[in-house]
Every structure is written in C-alpha cells, then in structure tokens.
Write a new protein. Structure first.
Length: 516
C-alpha cells in the first residue's frame, strides 16, 4: 500500500497523456485509435469500471508480472470479485460486473503490458559534486533508528525542529546541534508553520494522530507555548491523519484561517478552518475525499482574494484549484490529473519562466503501493502556465521514487534552482538520486538545469526536506530528514547508510550575486 496510506507522510483539468507517450511509448488515446475486437472491449471495460475511482491506466505503465500478480487481484477485490489464486477469479455476490467483462480487462492488460518497463534516461549526466554546499550534521544516537517524519528550519531562531515515528516529542536543535524538547505531542509532527505565516506568536504544529491506515480522527493542530513550556495548546482537533497546514486570511477579516490537508485512509479531505471572532474555528469542507496531501495559498487570479491550490495523492491524483469567490465560497477545478501509478508526492508554486504567472513544480514517486517497481515516469516535473490555469509539461527529470522537490534561488542569480529527495530511489544502482540539486543555468527564462549529486548517500535515506536560511547569511540552506526503518522495495537491499543520524544540513556556501 502507499507510503502515504501507511506512514502518512508525505497524490477543465488535463490528463497528461503526453507524459505517458514520452515515458512509455503508449497512451490511452493511442489505444482508442488502434485497438479492435476483444482488446478494445477490455480497454472500454477498464475505463468504464475502473475509471470511476481514478484515471484509466495504460497497460504500458506497469510490466506484465506486476499487473498479473499484484495489481489486477487488488482491482478485482475492489470490484467485488473473489480471488482464489493468481488468475482465478469468480464473480461474488456483490460483484460490480459480470465475470466475462472482468476477464476481458485481465486479457487487455496481460496482452498489452510490456515484459519490462524501459529504463529511465536522464537528459543530462549528474555531476557528483557538492554544488557549493557544505555538510553539517549532529551526532547520531546509536541506540535508536532514525525515523524522522519532520524537519523544519526556523530562520528567525536559527534552529531546526524535528519529529520522529518512534518518539513523539518535538525537538528543537540549536545552531550547534544541541537538542532540547520543544513540545510534548501525542503523535508524530508532520509540518510546522512559523509566526511569519500566521498571526500566532509561536509556531503551529500539525500532528498526524495515527500513522497506520485507519480512519481515526486523532490528528490535531497545536499552537506552541513560550519557550520552556512543553504542553502545546490544541488549536484544531479531530482530524483524520493530517499531513500539512497552510495559512491565510481567506475572508479578509484580519484573522488567520487554516487550510488542512487530512490524508485519511478511506475518508479524509481538504478543509478550510475559518477563524471566528471568538477565536474558535468553523470547519468548511473544500473537497472531502481521501488523499489530501499539501496545499498552497495565494491570489492566483489577481482579484484580491486568497485562492487555494491542493495536491491529492490517493486514487484520483492531481492538483485542484479552489478559487475564492469573495462571498465565502470557492469554485473547484482540477488543473492537472495523473493516473494512480504515478504516486504524486509533492508540488510547489513558482514562476520558472518569469512571466508573472504561477507555474507548478511537481514530483511523482510514492512507491509503496501494489506496484513496487522502478518506474521511468517517476521524477521531477515542471508545468508552465499557459494562461487561464492551463498547464503544459515543459521539463522532466527522471528520479526513481521522487518524494519532494523545492524551488529556491540557491546561487543568487535570480532564477529558481531545485532541490529534490527520493525516498524510493534506486538504492542498488543509483543511490545518489536520494538527493539531487538542479542548478538553473538559464540566463533569462529558460529551463536549463545542471544536476548535482553531493556525496551524502551514506549518511541517510531522506524522507523529508526543508529549505530556508539556517545560518543567517541570507541564502537558502537545506535540511534532510533520515527515515531508516523498512520500506525496502528492492530485493537483497540492506542499509549501507547511517541509520542513526536524524538529519543532515547542506549549508549553502555560495555567495549571493550582487544586487544592482
């Protein structure tokens, strides 16, 4: 099952058929034009029955063995079929279709899926260099495995906050890496908002509540107390496995409202918590389906009201735009959608071509579901805004199991660079892709990135990342959180990295370009 399902960490819209063509050579569109007979009937049945839960998945997106032994049996159970053994299906009492229809679907995928997926081909070779970063790290505790679920840079305090799967206190690390408990929580923290983003004078912490895939409403937002007070104040409670919180004054009443991505399991959703005059919150569902992962707030259409963009990463994967109507409501529109095998894992809004329009940085790579194989379409994508919230894929770099990408001007030249992590990297052949730095070498508004892989693979397996000014010198630094327990998809892989180190810092030593 998905890492987001089990671990809850960190998937007029357009289906990016072009990505399937580029990555795997076929698409549902080409299938429709070419297939006839039983293959066409199988394709149509898959679209009719499976398409109610997610976008149709082309056979070419997974190999033949994965379809037959892993994915199709699960699909059958979801549709009410009885599965006795591989390729032995029977229509149960509550089957959603006749067995003849289901067997056409099986034959469609079994016949058209490739024996092996093609290997991803990087457009540029990676330079195994530091890229002007210097490694800094605390001392690891050899008595505990590192299970870091949160890393967050507090620029104002020149500190780093962490949380972990096995120990629930929120820990503050000062600039000399001395740890101190900042708050006692009842579940791991997944996200932090610092005072510059809210009207609170202390950070707001999102705690997941339940790591396992249960629809229990134990998650919460906490407002931290003053330093030295370890019992945080519950701000919003009763959330189903929340992963992320953003803040904005959506109704322009001078009070901070919160947008919570409650991933859940079978239940969940994206919720707006509007702050009332008495300090309490009104809960407003924006899209009440499981899989809400992350949100970004901003005035995306320039009308003076705060809008919301959000990533959903479960079944109906994609990015949705919620446009503020200025009257207390939002209109909903999918702007990008992806098939469920993509494993949507993160997104960010940034202007990559400097045209004043918001573009999208997106990663696909969550790989802990039923198809745990390396996939050539996993990686980092840039979608440029072509106007009226129509987005077009303009850049892709393959990275197995890409988990998160963050854009920032690391070298001070005025153009956005990219840092990325891959939790489900190819640990056998390419462990360096666990962290990649892409230096933007475009003089003006192009997308020309040189990838770097600093030699840090032996220090951890990175599940979480934050970018901010850690050392107070005015340029963005990077902190990477190490999660070293389980989730090894590749056979015979054993941890050859430091499994005790909670995090590392990549301090940015490049001097910003002079401002004219």
């Amino acid at each position: 099952m998905r890492l987001f399902k089990w671990l809850a960490v960190l998937s007029a819209g357009i289906f990016v058929a072009a990505m399937c063509i580029q990555a795997c050579g076929t698409s549902e569109r080409s299938d429709k034009a070419e297939l006839t007979g039983e293959m066409a009937e199988g394709r149509d049945a898959a679209q009719r029955y499976c398409g109610t839960c997610h976008l149709p998945v082309a056979p070419s997106l997974l190999d033949k063995s994965t379809w037959k032994s892993r994915v199709l049996p699960v699909m059958a159970q979801q549709l009410g079929m009885e599965v006795w053994q591989q390729n032995q299906y029977f229509a149960g009492e509550h089957s959603a279709m006749p067995i003849t229809e289901w067997m056409k679907i099986v034959e469609y995928y079994d016949s058209l899926a490739p024996v092996h997926l093609p290997a991803a081909k990087a457009p540029l070779p990676v330079q195994a260099e530091w890229g002007a970063f210097t490694l800094k790290m605390p001392t690891g505790d050899s008595s505990h495995l590192a299970t870091t679920t949160l890393v967050a840079i507090d620029s104002a305090g020149r500190a780093i906050y962490t949380s972990s799967f096995e120990a629930f206190p929120l820990v503050r690390w000062d600039h000399d890496f001395n740890p101190k408990i900042a708050a006692q929580l009842t579940s791991p923290a997944m996200h932090m908002l610092f005072p510059q983003h809210t009207d609170a004078r202390t950070p707001v912490v999102t705690a997941v509540g339940e790591m396992r895939p249960f629809d229990v409403a134990r998650g919460a937002l906490y407002r931290m107390k003053a330093p030295g007070e370890y019992d945080p104040l519950p701000l919003i409670t009763g959330l189903r496995r929340p992963l992320h919180t953003s803040a904005a004054d959506v109704d322009r009443d001078g009070k901070t409202d919160y947008v919570v991505s409650a991933f859940g399991h079978n239940q969940g959703g994206l919720y707006l918590f509007r702050q009332l005059q008495d300090g309490k919150f009104e809960k407003i569902p924006l899209r009440e389906v499981a899989g809400a992962t992350q949100s970004v707030t901003g005035d995306f259409n320039g009308d003076g009201w705060t809008d919301i963009a959000a990533l959903f990463a479960h079944a109906q994967e994609g990015i949705w735009l919620f446009t503020n109507d200025g009257k207390g409501g939002f209109s909903e529109k999918p702007v990008l959608r992806f098939p469920p095998v993509y494993g949507s894992s993160s997104f960010q809004i940034a202007d990559f071509n400097r045209d004043g329009e918001p573009d999208i940085l997106y990663t696909a790579g969550d790989n802990s579901d039923y198809s745990r194989i390396l996939k050539p379409y996993h990686g980092i994508y840039i979608f440029l805004n072509k106007g009226n919230f129509r987005f077009e894929q303009s850049w892709f770099y393959p990275a197995n199991g890409a988990t998160k990408a963050m854009a920032a001007d690391f070298d001070g030249d005025g153009s956005p660079d990219i840092a990325s992590i891959s939790f489900f990297a190819d640990l056998v052949r390419n462990p360096g892709e666990k962290f990649l730095y892409f230096k933007n070498e475009s003089a003006q508004s192009g997308l020309k990135f040189q990838p770097f892989s600093p030699p840090i693979a032996r220090y951890g397996r990175w599940l979480c990342m934050d970018v901010n000014d850690w050392d107070g010198d005015g340029d963005p630094d990077i902190v990477l959180g190490n999660y070293s327990r389980g989730f090894l998809n590749q056979e015979a892989v054993q941890a050859d990295w430091n499994v005790h180190l909670p995090f590392v810092v990549l301090r940015n030593d490049r001097k910003p370009a002079p401002k004219h």
